[in-house]
Write a protein that binds this ligand. Structure first.
Ligand code: ADP
Ligand code: MG
Ligand code: MG
Length: 250
């Protein structure tokens, strides 16, 4: 599904990703952990196509296509979803309006018929119920006045409605209490734990991985993947720290 080879990227002329190689096949949930400043968010932004992040070398292939050639909206239409640590507030636009526009734009791009208002509301209700979010919240403006936990729940509803093939979730669990964390983890499981889907899950915390149970865990340090293995890596990072685990042979 996603194949990153020897990726180099810079911000303001400063190289942040320094030859990053990573492959995520369909059906896999791959957690990325790593020290602060390692380049995890930069990787998420480069995959999303954020302006200002310049790729200076390497390739990213998504379902056989050159991802780096696609505009951000084309990436979304091709089934990519990005979730961030701090979801933005959009005053004046309700969640329902926003999500219906986003979904229908993606459907149009794929040559699929748009959903009517009624069809969309039915879908939104189903996904909101699945994630335990009151429909009234979806009628409110996007994230305005939402608590941290409500923003995350709303983001999971967003992911459920858009139904991506590949999700990049950057520290989507930061600052959440135990209940909200469980909602996010179970949301990832129910929406993305399906054949043909894949997730790149950036996190600092084992507690999210207790719920999601990744297939693989990689450590990103100084702009490169320095170690990849099973879920045991995350457990050992928690007890032994980055230095000890990274010091071993890969
Ligand atoms: P992580 O998410 O792993 O903590 P980031 O990808 O956010 O790391 O940052 C990687 C490096 O890039 C850090 O050294 C950070 O200071 C630098 N960086 C991030 N954003 C910018 C920016 N807009 N301009 C210059 N340097 C930046
Ligand atoms: Mg950070
Ligand atoms: Mg980060």
């Amino acid at each position: 599904m996603l194949k990153i080879e020897n990726l180099h990227a810079e911000i303001d002329g400063k190289e942040i990703l320094k030859g990053l190689t990573l492959e995520i096949p369909a059906g896999e949930i791959h957690a990325i952990m790593g020290p602060n400043g390692a380049g995890k968010s930069t990787l998420a932004y480069v995959l999303g196509g954020r302006p200002g992040y310049e790729v200076t070398g390497g390739t990213v292939t998504y379902n056989g296509e050159d991802l780096l050639e696609l505009e951000p909206h084309e990436r979304a239409a091709a089934g990519m979803f990005l979730g961030f640590q701090y979801p933005v507030e959009i005053p004046g636009v309700s969640n329902v309006q926003f999500l219906r526009e986003a979904l229908n734009a993606q459907r149009a791009h794929r040559g699929e018929e748009k959903l009517s208002g009624g069809e969309f509301l039915k879908l939104a209700k189903e996904k909101a119920a699945l994630l335990g979010l009151d429909m009234e919240m979806l009628k409110r403006n996007v994230n305005v006045g939402f608590s941290g936990g409500e923003k995350k729940r709303a983001e999971m509803v967003q992911m459920g409605i858009l139904d991506p093939k590949f999700a990049v979730l950057d520290e989507t669990d930061s600052g959440l209490d135990i209940d909200a964390l469980r909602v996010v983890g179970e949301g990832i499981n129910s929406i993305m734990r399906a054949s043909g889907k894949a997730v790149l899950l950036i996190t600092h915390y084992q507690r999210l991985l207790d719920v999601v149970q990744p297939d693989k865990v990689s450590i990103l340090a100084d702009g490169r993947i320095v170690k990849t293995g099973g879920p045991d890596i995350a457990l050992r990072l928690e007890s032994e720290g980055y230095d000890a685990v990274m010091a071993e042979p890969a």
